[in-house]
Design a protein around this ligand. Structure first.
Ligand SMILES: [Zn+2]
Ligand SMILES: [Zn+2]
Length: 179
């Protein structure tokens, strides 16, 4: 079973509010690499001509250290806030010129409300862009790419000596020119 289907709510099947509590194995394998199941709790309130969605998602995801590029697991806790409007409401708001200023506003199409995009967004925005495996991460050797956390005594001696040799030659050259 495609678990994403569990995030599709039939709006004709209830009145008032329902709460969706799900624990899904990664429903978005192509978009985000989670390392534990995604806990989802969403309440859906049916109002006159709109549907108000509020919820939380919780999981862990894999990303990479900004310095050493090793995998780092991060805890993800995201929020969902969305208002779905019917076609009629949308035209009213557009005529008043407000739709661009309203965030988290979506158009209701039919009786099935697919919340998978909202859940995915809530996870993705919480994955940090820059993360370190530890504050004291030593990163990679700038010359050969060796992971300096795993090889703390690593030195690229041969490479490091080349600039010195060049500097020596440069000094000799300058001496010759000035004399
Ligand atoms: Zn690191
Ligand atoms: Zn090196």
């Amino acid at each position: 079973m495609n678990t994403k289907e569990q995030l599709v709510v039939d709006l004709t099947a209830f009145e008032g509010t329902i709460t969706l509590n799900l624990i899904l194995e990664n429903p978005f394998p192509r978009d985000v690499e989670t390392t534990s199941p995604v806990e989802i709790s969403i309440s859906i309130l049916k109002a006159a001509a709109s549907v108000i969605v509020e919820g939380r998602v919780k999981t862990t995801a894999k990303t990479e250290c900004d310095r050493c590029l090793e995998d780092v697991e991060v805890v993800i806790e995201g929020n969902i806030e969305a208002t779905y409007l019917s076609e009629n409401d949308r035209s009213i708001i557009q005529s008043e010129g407000q739709i661009d200023s309203l965030e988290n506003l979506f158009l209701l199409t039919g009786d099935l409300l697919d919340l998978s995009d909202r859940v995915l967004e809530a996870i993705i925005v919480e994955v940090p862009q820059r993360v370190l495996c530890s504050e004291s991460c030593n990163g990679l050797c700038p010359l050969c790419g060796e992971n300096l956390n795993k090889a703390p005594d690593h030195k690229c001696r041969e490479d490091a000596e080349i600039p010195d040799e060049w500097q020596q030659k440069l000094k000799e050259l300058k001496k010759r020119v000035s004399s």
